[in-house]
Unconditional design. Structure first.
Length: 107
């Protein structure tokens, strides 16, 4: 079966029945590339799946960051920054308390 026949006989009717717009094969390939790369953290997995000769081809043709992944990554970075800042403040407070104790002993 040709791709056009597959589209006319199977894909387009199924998409219409599901209430979805069929926008062709390219968005599907882009979505597959994005999801496989995002899930596996390795562009080579989508390169093989989409039969590109090099990872560069997949990255050049389908560069689309996943919103959820980007949000999760930024939240992880934010948590780490907050943890580091809290630890730094805690150490600074301990140091200040020690200095105050030492100063009060001298008096």
């Amino acid at each position: 079966m040709s791709l056009d026949s597959l589209n006319v006989r199977i894909i387009a009717p199924a998409m219409k029945k599901a209430g979805l717009d069929w926008r062709g094969y390219y968005p599907g390939r882009r979505g597959i590339n994005s999801n496989v790369t995002d899930t596996s953290k390795n562009v080579r997995n989508s390169t093989g799946l989409l039969r590109h000769s090099t990872p560069t081809t997949a990255l050049k043709l389908y560069p689309q960051a996943q919103k959820d992944s980007t949000r999760t990554t930024m939240q992880t970075i934010e948590r780490k920054v907050i943890e580091i800042a809290a630890e730094t403040l805690r150490k600074e407070q301990e140091s200040n308390e020690k200095l105050l104790q030492a100063a009060s002993k001298k008096e």
